[in-house]
Design a protein. Structure first.
Length: 202
């Protein structure tokens, strides 16, 4: 029987709306789900890939989702100096088939979120929060993911929806516009109780 030869790892870059973030897209599934690492400490327990990337002086944030990695760089570096080095680094890492995100990450993050939300909402408000979360998951997340980012529901309080922007959307100048013009407008139309959508730093 012929040994199965794996297709070579392909990698290309995509711009994101955030000038400080670049999306590295591969032809491999890296991690089913979203994994956001804002610093080395957050990567230590869960992502050997993110940890290795944080060893590079110009990496400020690592966001892994499905088949791509969004890198947010330190502001004092230029993409033309580091883009190809990063591409090469990620390609070699994926080829090595080392662990990208450890098993159990999603469950651990979910537990942290659940602990923060448990027993927080009652009755009508619980129903409302479910509607808000569904709306974010169905309409907002897919659009934001196209740009190499993510949005997570944080909490709801007196007509205000608090969200966290991740990946390329974190700290992006245009994410505020997206948030206010796009997401807030849609929420207000579909859920009249929502007065405002506010970004919180995750």
């Amino acid at each position: 029987m012929e040994p199965i030869t794996k297709s070579p790892v392909m990698l290309y870059t995509e711009q994101t709306p955030n000038p400080e973030s670049l999306k590295y897209v591969t032809n491999r599934m890296l991690y089913k789900g979203t994994a956001d690492f804002k610093d080395k400490a957050s990567a230590e327990d869960w992502s050997p890939l993110a940890l290795a990337l944080f060893d590079l002086p110009y990496v400020k944030g690592v966001y892994i989702n499905n088949n791509y990695v969004t890198i947010t760089k330190e502001i004092n570096y230029n993409w033309e100096d580091i883009m190809l080095r990063l591409k090469d680094f990620i390609k070699k890492y994926v080829e090595s088939e080392d662990v990208i995100v450890k098993e159990g990450y999603a469950e651990a993050m979910e537990k942290i979120t659940e602990d923060a939300h448990s027993e927080q909402y009652q009755g009508d408000e619980a129903e409302l929060v479910k509607k808000i979360k569904d709306l974010i998951d169905t309409y907002v997340k897919p659009a934001v993911e196209m740009d190499g980012g993510n949005i997570e529901f944080k909490r709801y309080e007196a007509g205000v929806v608090y969200v966290i922007m991740q990946g390329s959307c974190s700290g992006c100048p245009s994410s505020t516009v997206t948030l206010k013009a796009g997401i807030e407008g849609m929420m207000q139309r579909m859920i009249p109780e929502v007065k405002e959508v506010v970004q919180e730093m995750g």
